[in-house]
Design a protein around this ligand. Structure first.
Ligand code: TRP
Length: 450
């Protein structure tokens, strides 16, 4: 067997993990979740969940990956037994489904780069424009182009493909986001937008928390790339013993910073154009924000820069999802990196194609993978690490940390009880929501279309 690949540098590993975390989740999904879930109240609960659930679960994945130096399926076979070894399948399935539709949405962003450069955003018919971009032949073609880019990078391998590309992409995302937020600060609507975005009303939290909480948890998992083994896979290429807690902290902070900055861009632009942020759901950045750009001086150009940033962020995330499934095929099935990546690219393209033809499939895939599979994967892995292999986990987390003292066991107990309980409740609440979608909107769609 060929020698296992590894990161060339520590920065390479951190940037790859940040690149995975920062994606459509931060710049597409986060602003519309804030809009749908009542502004600052959502932001507040989301931040709590990043710290209280996201950060400890990154470490759960890290210890498994670094300890086993295997893909998620192989990792669980190595340190687990019986039914535990099957968790890896939840991961691989989730990755497959997520990348299939993720690539479709990423394709839309490419289209909006072109529309901006051509000066073609429109305020009056933004929804129709989005409708034309989102589904149909164009969407299928752009989905194929994006998937091809993912395949090209992942086929080049860890060091020459993923590490090299994230070293360019991640700094670009961070710098352009800061620049756009600074621009947004100068707009007329900025003060109102900040008030909406940043001052949570306790009464909203008190009355809406049962809907905000599961949505914010799904968002936290998605944005940190948790629950499908990305962090296991990336940590498995980590040769040395460095401080995992520190790396997890850097990743969580940078990811949160970019989501937060996306809000600092989107809301002032929307308020400046007098557009209500709550109304548009998943099309927020495509319909409302593009319409707002249409109203601003140099809006086409600024919009093109904005959507190009979203596309780059999507690419640096998509490669991590692909890498999970590819690493499984390489390690467990002995398939070469290039054929494995190419075959998966084709398969995921096909599974995603319905989502490029009808928006209802985006909800179908997103709800299943994102709100159920990810959190289920995170829950099962947390139980496994916390209760089945605690000694190994404690030993692994302590490596590379001087004077850990009792921090390691504090983390372990935190995972064992509060994180596990929270995830059980959150999986149940999200499964209930998804059941509502299947019997509601999706059933309606089936009965009108079949
Ligand atoms: N975190 C990415 C985003 O915010 C998406 C993503 C990449 C992801 N890898 C993942 C989500 C693994 C869940 C699991 O857009």
């Amino acid at each position: 067997m060929a020698e296992r690949e590894s990161w060339a540098t520590r920065t390479g590993f951190i940037l790859a993990a940040v690149g995975s975390a920062v994606g459509l989740g931060n710049i597409w999904r986060f602003p519309y979740q804030v809009g749908e879930q009542g502004g600052a109240a959502f932001l507040f609960i989301y931040l709590l969940l990043i710290v209280g659930v996201g950060f400890p679960v990154i470490l759960v994945e890290f210890v498994v990956g670094r300890n086993t130096e295997r893909n998620p399926v192989g990792a669980l076979k190595r340190i687990g037994s019986g039914a535990w070894t099957k968790i890896g399948w939840v991961f691989v399935t989730a990755g497959f489904v997520i990348l299939s539709y993720y690539s479709v949405v990423a394709g839309w962003t490419l289209r909006y780069v072109l529309l901006g450069l051509q000066g073609n955003y429109t305020a009056e018919s933004a929804p129709e424009q989005f409708g034309a971009v989102a589904s149909g032949l164009d969407a299928v073609v752009l989905h194929a182009i994006f998937m091809a880019a993912v395949v090209a990078i992942v086929a080049l391998g860890i060091e020459r493909g993923i590490e090299l590309s994230v070293k360019l992409m991640v700094p670009a995302i961070i710098l352009i986001s800061i620049g756009l937020a600074a621009y947004a600060f100068t707009l007329d609507g900025a003060a109102d937008a900040y008030a909406y975005y940043l001052s949570p009303e306790l009464s909203t939290i008190a009355s809406e928390w049962t809907t905000i909480l599961p949505a914010a948890a799904a968002q936290a998992f998605f944005t940190l790339s948790l629950g499908m083994g990305v962090m296991i896979t990336y940590a498995s290429y980590l040769g040395e013993d460095r401080n995992l807690a520190e790396d997890a902290g850097i990743i969580a902070v940078l990811d949160t910073f970019i989501a937060f900055t996306a809000g600092l861009i989107a809301f002032p632009v929307l308020f400046a154009a007098g557009i209500e942020p709550g109304a548009s759901g998943p099309s927020l950045i495509f319909v409302s924000l593009a319409a707002a750009f249409a109203e601003l001086p140099f809006g086409g150009l600024l919009g093109a820069v904005f959507f190009a940033t979203v596309a780059i962020a999507a690419l640096s995330s998509a490669i991590s999802i692909m890498e999970v499934v590819v690493s499984y095929l390489i390690d467990e099935r002995g398939i070469g990196r290039v054929p494995a990546t190419a075959a998966l690219g084709v398969a995921m393209f096909l599974v995603g194609t319905p989502a490029a033809l009808d928006l209802v499939f985006i909800d179908l895939y997103d709800g299943f993978a994102n709100s159920i599979l990810l959190m289920l994967g995170g829950l099962l892995l947390s139980v496994f690490v916390g209760w089945i292999v605690p000694d190994l986990a404690l030993d692994e987390i302590s490596k590379g940390i001087r004077n850990v003292g009792s921090l390691g066991s504090a983390w372990l107990w935190f995972v064992r009880v509060p994180v596990v309980l929270a995830l059980i409740i959150l999986v149940a609440l999200n499964a209930w929501d998804y059941f509502g979608f299947l019997t509601g909107d999706f059933a309606d769609w089936l009965s009108t279309n079949l």
